[in-house]
Design a protein around this ligand. Structure first.
Ligand code: NAP
Ligand code: 12T
Length: 341
């Protein structure tokens, strides 16, 4: 059988589990799959394509003979092992923030900039979840009417932080309902029945790193260095599905109908926009889906060239694992990667 030897670093995590599910669902051509994690999970058994496979500790020798290495085990692990994997001949698709800003590492959303894959030197970066869904919705509009400025507020699910955060929301929700006090571990404050305007660390300019990723990653992916962007990223007590209120200023006016016509044809986008029947995207129903959902499209009453919309997607699928697998598929489809080298 022809196929690729795939390694998954962080296979026991929320994104790693999603990687495995998506590779199975899409029948990605795999000759073998090697689940890797830390020494804590070594020896654990996973079922992949109906076969039991043992999780191994990630070590420097893990990447010998591997064609594609999908990384999702945090930036520190990526910084250490990605160059080793690339040196061993694997094509690395890295889901962490470690390499996204590097000028010799392409940052890819297949619906937007697939051609950038061509200049990779062994490592390809998968963007931040909030960036991915925003550019999938905005790039088709930007192509017909250049975007000058974006103001975005995000409503981000706890699964973006990993499995410990799912546990924290579950525990705290029960404690609050039972009248007990809560003690935060993963987040700086209680997340159950609350919202926190803090995702990732604070920077000197007053923004958080998550907000700044939206700025820099969007410019890099859309090849639009001069788009002005301001973001506020907020954690909400939702398990899965990031939502975004996006305010866009174009070069010329764009009517809501024109935006709807463009987005109805756009790859990876599904319009859910009928206020008369309360139809709009919601994280609860987007969870488990592949699309970027767009609704609430309306004129921005504060600017003649402005539009406002509401964008929702599953942060573990399109926001992480699915986008990375689509990058790998793009490479196999275009003959940019071959099994065994
Ligand atoms: P998670 O549920 O906490 O899982 C973390 C995974 O990393 C586990 O498999 C863990 O293995 C593994 N790991 C931790 N330290 C390791 C080490 N030293 N060596 C090898 N493996 C190690 O987190 P998650 O939600 O899956 O997210 C993982 C990472 O993906 C994040 O830190 C982030 O960098 C990235 N991410 C990116 C996006 C995005 O926006 N595109 C979204 C979510 C996550 P054990 O079972 O052995 O502990
Ligand atoms: N802090 O990949 O906590 O840069 O939701 C993704 C998600 C960083 C990243 C989160 C984060 C990333 C989160």
């Amino acid at each position: 059988m022809k196929g690729y030897k795939v390694a998954i670093v962080g296979a026991t995590g929320l994104v790693g589990q999603e990687f495995i599910k998506i590779l199975e669902e899409r029948s990605f051509p795999m000759l073998s799959i090697c689940p890797l994690a830390s020494d804590r999970s070594a020896g654990k058994k996973l079922f992949i394509n109906h076969r039991e496979v043992e999780v191994k500790e990630t070590v420097s020798e893990s990447f010998e003979g591997i064609d594609i290495a999908l990384f999702s085990a945090g930036a520190e692990t990526s910084r250490h092992f990605s160059p080793i994997a690339a040196q061993a001949g694997a094509t690395v698709i890295d889901n962490s923030s470690a390499f996204r800003g590097h000028s010799d590492v392409p940052l890819i959303v297949p619906e937007v900039n697939p051609e950038d894959i061509k200049w990779h030197k062994g490592i390809i970066a998968n963007p931040n979840c909030s960036t991915i869904q925003m550019v999938v919705a905005l790039y088709p509009l930007h192509k017909v009417n250049l975007i000058k400025r974006i103001v975005v507020g995000t409503y981000q699910a706890v699964s973006g932080t990993g499995s410990a955060a799912i546990g924290e929301l579950t525990t705290q929700a029960k404690q609050v309902l039972e009248g007990q006090s809560t003690i935060p571990h993963v987040y700086p404050h209680q997340i159950a029945f609350n919202v926190l305007p803090e995702i990732d660390v604070f920077l000197d300019n007053g923004y958080t790193k998550e907000e700044w990723k939206l700025v820099e990653e969007t410019r890099k992916i859309m090849h639009a260095d001069d788009i002005a962007i301001s973001a506020t990223c907020v954690r909400v007590p939702v398990f899965t599905g990031h939502s975004e209120a996006i305010h866009i200023e174009f070069s010329r006016p764009m009517s809501p109908d024109e935006a709807r016509r463009i987005l109805a044809q756009a790859p990876g986008v599904k319009l859910l926009d009928d206020p008369t029947i309360s139809l709009y995207p919601q994280p609860w129903s987007a969870a488990g889906c592949d699309e970027v959902f767009v609704g609430r499209i309306r004129r921005d009453a504060s600017h003649s060239n402005g539009l406002t919309m509401w964008v929702v997607s599953d942060n573990l699928r399109k926001g992480a694992a699915l986008n990375a697998v689509q990058i790998a598929e793009e490479m196999t489809k275009r003959g940019w990667i071959h099994p065994g080298g």
